[in-house]
Design a protein around this ligand. Structure first.
Ligand SMILES: *Cc1c(COP(=O)(O)O)cnc(C)c1O
Length: 361
């Protein structure tokens, strides 16, 4: 026996761990527990989707279609883009990690807003690249001017999370186009549009329109949020050939299961029904935002399926109060709480906690 251990890359030492949203709260005071901590869709899969998944289960002894050809063809048709511009992965986090792997290594820089999606620092650091975090503005919005100013000749990739997780805020067409015009053609801009389907502000551009004549723009989408398939791990990128091809090279072989591929295709085919559910979540978001504003909170306008309460030092107290009342939310200690829009009953519990909490402030 020796006390030597396998050599691990030093880059791993300070990687923050991804904190998954807490499971549904089981507060002693609450008759029912709800989970509003992971931006999941509260609706179960639609019947057609469930049936396709069940039938895919009969072939579990087989590897999936490695090229995801059925899904890619369906997506190409759906979005009006060439199939060669689509690359799939194990959730859009998986695709984001492939994008970093394909572009960035030790000595390189990856720029993103902060606070933003907590996977960005993790996947950046794994690659050995350096995170350049550009603070959000006072209004919790991406500071695109500061992000453009942060570009150096080491910059390889820039994430723009639109709407931003966890604040729900958006960047609009004119400012985003002005930013893209300033980014050098050899730096990849990743428009992370995980919440695209929840956007109702007509001034927020669809990344797929922006990517068409910009070879350095890549759009990330997922089936995890609006489509309600978080548990199946399937997401995709739309980008011009060199980038899409690099994503196919960096993919884990057979990463996306057949079950996920078939369920994603079935979801695209039931889109009308899915989007009706999204519509009701948007209505709930507006109701929750109105009520919070009525209670006296300043809530940044959200275009996603969650709202952000900037609670500062009271963040963990608020999350604990929610937990006791039967809802789990997502606290970012010292900063604020992200509350997913879920079932109306669950949102109601969170609103009552917010109301009580407000009175004590
Ligand atoms: C949830 C989320 C994703 C999607 O994650 P999946 O890996 O597709 O489940 C990507 N980006 C952001 C900003 C998110 O909030």
């Amino acid at each position: 026996m020796t006390d030597r251990t396998p050599k691990l890359r030093p880059a791993l030492e300070s990687i923050p761990t991804y904190k998954p949203g807490r499971p549904a709260a089981t507060g002693a005071d609450a008759p029912r527990a709800y989970k509003l901590s992971s931006n999941e869709n509260p609706y179960p899969p639609l019947p057609g989707v469930l049936e396709s998944a069940v039938s895919a289960a009969a072939s579990f002894n087989r590897y999936p279609d490695m090229a995801c050809s059925g899904l890619v063809a369906e997506l190409a048709e759906h979005f009006g883009v060439p199939a060669a511009h689509i690359a799939t992965g194990t959730g859009s986090v998986g695709v984001a990690q492939q994008l970093i792997q394909a572009t960035s290594g030790p000595g390189d820089e990856v720029i993103y807003a902060w606070r933003s999606f907590e996977a960005y620092p993790i996947i950046t650091q794994i690659s050995g690249a350096r995170s350049v975090q550009v603070p959000l503005t006072e209004g919790d919005v991406h500071d695109l001017d500061a992000m453009a100013a942060a570009i150096t000749d080491r910059t390889r990739l820039i994430f723009v999370c639109n709407p931003n997780n966890p604040t729900g805020t958006v960047v609009r067409r004119a400012e985003l186009e002005r930013f893209l015009d300033r980014v050098p053609a050899d730096v990849l801009v990743v428009l992370d549009e995980a919440y695209r389907e929840f956007i109702r502000d007509p001034e927020v551009p669809d990344g797929i329109e922006l990517y068409r004549d910009r070879p350095n723009v890549c759009v990330l989408r997922t089936f995890s949020k609006a489509y309600g398939l978080a548990g199946l791990r399937v997401g995709f990128a739309i980008a011009h050939e060199p980038v899409a091809a690099a994503l196919r090279k960096t993919a884990v072989p057979f990463g996306v299961t057949q079950l996920a591929q078939d369920a994603a295709v079935a979801s695209l085919r039931s889109e009308a029904a899915l989007l009706e559910r999204v519509e009701s979540l948007v209505a709930e978001r507006e109701r929750v935002a109105r009520e919070l504003a009525g209670q006296g909170w300043t809530v940044p306008e959200s275009q996603a399926n969650f709202v952000w309460l900037r609670l500062g030092e009271r963040t963990t107290d608020f999350a604990a109060a929610c937990e006791r009342a039967g809802v789990s939310v997502r606290p970012f200690a010292g900063e604020g709480v992200r509350i997913t829009i879920g079932e109306p009953e669950a949102n109601e519990v969170a609103l009552r906690v917010a109301e009580e909490f407000r009175k004590e402030l």
